[in-house]
Design a binder for this molecule. Structure first.
Ligand code: NAP
Length: 305
């Protein structure tokens, strides 16, 4: 069977780092075109205008939206209305309501829509969920610290409205938390550090129900810390390290899934397309919105790249 054709829209860091290699290895997909204002992928046709691509390439059945969240809605809407399946980088949009509107459009057109959370495909995440199933969470600690200059070099959009600031990586942790916990939690308190003159936070401390706390910092030097620990009333202790890719249960290192995060996302998208199904879970983004609604805003040192 020939592979299904996909077009990447927004050829930046994540498209080059993850999407292009994942599609190259995929048994389901073939990269048939890109839409890019300035970039390119060697050997792949480029369109500078999204409308032209939709018009001229009816053979491309899926678009993979890899731009920052602020522009996602306008591209997703056009693609859905043109009857294309849509896969979206995280976070799926800049507001909850605009993503809900996309779900309505996908239902109406009978096409697949996937709001991806790549960290949920971390190799230890399914095992962590299984280890916690049916148990009562009594404590949790999320530590998500990295260097914004390393992971978002020069990307001013992360400090623009809708860019989410430190929640851009923090939402990855929340996508894991909302996947593995047997019962949902909710934000009860938050403090957000905004660099003077910037629109989004660079650090945050958040408390949730069931004793879960989260510490986010975008100024950590050296190796990132992407760790989640959860304890239960039954005495189980689950530790996820390296962004969900290494699992320890009660002090023992557990085997993980074979498949890497982005290949797993493209495999899942192929299933969704087969079923014309929608996979959009907004619970990680709901926690971010709640932290912004409830959080005390503190002003800290100015930041520049
Ligand atoms: P990026 O390199 O700054 O931007 C990606 C590309 O999006 C740009 O190169 C540009 O592509 C396009 N773009 C930028 N602004 C746009 C706009 N206003 N309208 C239309 N297109 C626009 O960002 P990134 O790091 O790849 O991140 C993109 C998304 O992936 C974000 O949602 C981020 O959370 C997610 N993500 C990033 C990472 C990471 O390590 N950076 C990891 C996982 C997920 P063209 O020049 O081709 O038009």
């Amino acid at each position: 069977m020939t592979n299904r054709k996909v077009c990447i829209v927004g050829v930046g860091k994540i498209a080059h780092d993850q999407h292009v290699p994942a599609i190259d290895k995929s048994p389901d997909w073939e990269l048939a075109a890109t839409v890019s204002r300035a970039g390119s992928v060697e050997g792949i046709p480029i369109f500078r205008d999204f409308d032209v691509m939709l018009e001229e390439r009816p053979d491309i059945e899926m678009v993979s939206l890899c731009m920052p969240p602020m522009a996602r809605y306008q591209y997703a809407r056009k693609a859905l209305l043109a009857g294309r399946h849509v896969m979206m980088e995280k976070p799926p949009g800049q507001t909850l309501a605009e993503v809900q509107a996309l779900v309505g459009m996908a239902k109406e057109k009978g096409v697949a829509l996937f709001a991806t959370w790549h960290s949920r495909m971390g190799k230890g995440v399914a095992g962590a969920k299984a280890a916690l199933a049916g148990k009562e969470v009594t404590r949790g600690q999320i530590t998500w610290k990295e260097d914004v200059r390393q992971w978002h070099p020069g990307q001013e959009w992360v400090f623009e409205p809708g860019g989410m600031g430190v929640f851009d990586p923090g939402i990855n942790a929340l996508s894991i938390l909302t996947e593995i916990l047997p019962e949902p939690v909710h934000v009860t308190r938050a403090e957000l550090d905004f660099p003077e003159g910037r629109y989004t936070a660079i650090a945050a401390r958040i408390e949730f129900s069931r004793g879960v706390s989260m510490d986010l910092d975008w100024l950590q030097k050296g190796d990132p810390s992407w760790d989640i620990e959860v304890e239960t009333a039954e005495g189980t202790r689950v530790v996820l390290k390296f962004g969900g890719n290494e699992l320890w249960v009660d002090g023992e290192k557990m085997p993980g899934a074979e498949i890497e995060e982005y290949p797993a996302l493209y495999a899942r998208m192929a299933e969704l397309v087969d079923q014309r199904a929608i996979d959009v879970d907004l619970s990680p983004m709901t926690h971010v919105a709640d932290a912004m609604t409830l959080g005390k805003r503190l002003t800290v040192e100015p930041f520049s790249f």
